[in-house]
Design a protein around this ligand. Structure first.
Ligand code: GAL
Length: 429
C-alpha cells in the first residue's frame, strides 16, 4: 500500500484560521474546508464500551486538539456490529431527528441511506480537502454513487480472522504457527482439541453466528462463489452451497453450548483469553481487545486467516456521514476532517485494531497483526463482509440473520438454503 506524507494534517491546522461559517446555526455553509465552527457535534456510533470505546476516545482526542471550540457529544448506542444502534438510528432519522454524523458501513449499508435521501453529498468536501487521492480507489468506489461521495471512511477491518489460544493448541499437539489451510483440516484440529476437554470454537449469539456463517461460505465457495451470493451469480439452492451449509452445521458442533446466551463478540473472544476455548472467528477489532487486555501475540494468542480463505481479505469499513438536517453541519464537517486526516486515522486505528483507510497515515508503531493486515489488504483479493454492511442492505442482512439463527436451532440445511434463496430474490436489484 502506498504511503505518502500527510496533506490533511496541514489542512486541519489551516482550518483553525478560517473565517467563521455558520457554527451551530443548523445552516449548511458553502465552506467545505474545516471551519472554526462552535457548539456541540453529536456523533452516533456503536463504539460504546471496551476496546471500541477506547478507539473512539483516541479519535475524539485528536478532534478536541484540532477543534477546541467544538464539543464532542457521544451518542453511542451499545451492541456490537450496530445490532441495537442501527434500528435506533433508523427511528431517529425517520422522526427527522438526525445526529450531526453517524457511523455507516461502506458498501450496501451506506447505499440504503443514500437511496433514502438521508445524506448530504460530500464530493465538494473531498475536493476542498484533497481527500480522494488519499484513500484506496476500491474504497472510494464503494462510497461513490452516481459520481458523488457520501461519507468519510475511518478504517478498514478484516472479518475473516481466527484468533487462537496458543497453549490450548500446543496441549492438543498443534503448532500455532502452522494453522490448517482447509476447513476439513481445521475440523480435524478441532477434534484434537475436543479430545483435550476444551471447547474448540467460541462464538456468541446473533450476528457473531452470521459472521461465522459468512466465513464458512467464503472458505467453501471461494471468493468468486461467495461474492456471487450477493449479485445472483451463485445459486443459493445449488450443491456447492449445500456443502457449505453442511460445513457450517459441522462447525456449530464444535462451539460452546451457551453460545446463544453470550450477548456480544467480546465475551466469546474472552473465552480465548481465559483459556476456555481454542478458536474464535472474529473481525480484527478482537486484536484491539487482546492488546487492551495486555495479551501478547505469539505467546498468549495467535491469528490466521480462516482456513480456506488465505489470500482473501473479507473487507468492511466504517465511514462517517453528514446527514441531511444535521443540527451542526459545519461542526460535522470538522469531525469528518479529523476522521479523514492522517493524524486522526493513525490515532484511531492503532487502538481499534483496524488499518487506516487513509494511505498517508503513519503506521510504524502499529502491532504486528496490523502490519500484516496492511500488507494483506494491498495484495489479497477483496470481498465484502455480509455481517458488517458491505455486501447487502440492512433489510437483507436482517432477514438472513433470522434464517441463520433459526438454523442454529433446527440444523435444517434445506430450509436455510430455501430461505436464503427467497431472501436473495426479494432484495436483488
Ligand atoms: C462492526 C464495525 C466495527 C466493530 C464491530 C464490532 O460492524 O464495523 O468497527 O465495531 O462491528 O462491534
Amino acid at each position: 500500500m502506498q504511503r505518502r506524507l500527510s496533506l490533511l494534517a496541514g489542512v486541519a491546522a489551516l482550518g483553525l484560521t478560517l473565517a467563521a461559517c455558520g457554527g451551530g446555526s443548523g445552516t449548511p455553509s458553502d465552506n467545505n474546508k474545516p471551519s472554526d465552527a462552535t457548539g456541540k457535534v453529536g456523533v452516533f456510533t456503536w463504539w460504546a464500551d471496551g476496546s471500541e470505546k477506547a478507539g473512539l476516545d483516541a479519535l475524539v482526542k485528536v478532534f478536541n486538539a484540532d477543534y477546541p471550540k467544538l464539543t464532542f457529544d457521544n451518542l453511542a448506542v451499545a451492541g456490537g456490529a450496530g445490532s441495537q444502534a442501527k434500528s435506533v438510528l433508523a427511528a431517529q432519522l425517520k422522526a427527522g431527528n438526525p445526529p450531526d454524523s453517524f457511523q455507516a458501513h461502506a458498501g450496501a449499508e451506506l447505499q440504503d441511506y443514500i437511496d433514502a435521501d438521508q445524506l448530504e453529498d460530500l464530493t465538494g468536501f473531498y475536493q476542498a480537502n484533497d481527500l480522494t487521492s488519499q484513500f484506496p480507489k476500491d474504497l472510494i468506489d464503494r462510497l461513490t454513487v452516481d459520481n458523488k461521495i457520501y461519507s468519510v471512511p475511518s478504517n478498514i477491518h478484516r472479518a475473516n480472522v481466527v484468533w487462537a489460544n496458543v497453549s490450548i493448541l500446543k496441549k492438543a499437539g498443534l503448532d500455532p504457527a502452522k494453522p490448517a489451510t482447509t476447513l476439513d483440516g481445521w475440523f480435524a484440529d478441532m477434534d484434537k482439541i475436543k479430545a483435550t476437554g476444551k471447547t474448540p470454537l467460541a462464538v456468541a449469539g446473533s450476528w457473531t453466528q452470521v459472521q461465522l456463517f459468512e466465513n464458512i461460505l467464503l472458505s467453501s465457495l471461494g471468493a468468486d462463489g461467495y461474492s456471487g451470493l450477493w449479485d445472483g451469480k451463485t445459486d443459493w439452492k445449488g450443491a456447492e452451497v449445500t456443502k457449505a451449509v453442511n460445513a457450517y452445521k459441522k462447525a456449530l458442533t464444535y462451539t460452546n453450548s451457551d453460545r446463544d446466551s453470550l450477548s456480544d463478540w467480546a465475551p466469546a473472544t474472552q473465552l480465548i483469553e481465559d483459556g476456555a476455548a481454542a478458536y474464535n472467528v472474529m473481525g480484527d477489532w478482537a486484536e484491539a481487545k487482546f492488546e487492551q487486555d495486555g495479551k501478547k501475540s505469539g505467546t498468549d494468542y495467535a491469528y490466521f486467516a480462516t482456513p480456506g480463505t488465505q489470500g482473501v481479505f473479507d473487507f468492511l469499513a466504517d465511514s462517517f456521514t453528514l446527514p441531511k438536517g444535521a443540527p451542526n453541519p459545519d461542526g460535522a464537517k470538522a469531525w469528518l476532517a479529523t476522521i479523514g486526516s492522517a493524524a486522526g486515522q493513525a490515532a484511531f486505528n492503532k487502538v481499534k485494531g483496524s488499518i487506516p483507510a487513509n494511505t498517508t497515515a503513519k503506521t510504524d508503531d502499529f502491532s504486528d497483526y496490523q502490519k500484516s493486515a496492511i500488507k494483506d489488504f494491498s495484495q489479497d483479493k477483496i470481498v465484502s463482509s455480509l455481517a458488517h454492511g458491505a455486501a447487502v442492505p440492512v433489510a437483507w442482512l436482517n432477514d438472513l440473520s433470522t434464517a441463520v439463527s433459526k438454523f442454529g436451532g433446527d440444523g435444517n440445511v434445506e430450509t436455510l438454503q430455501t430461505s436464503a434463496a427467497a431472501i436473495a430474490t426479494k432484495f436483488a436489484k
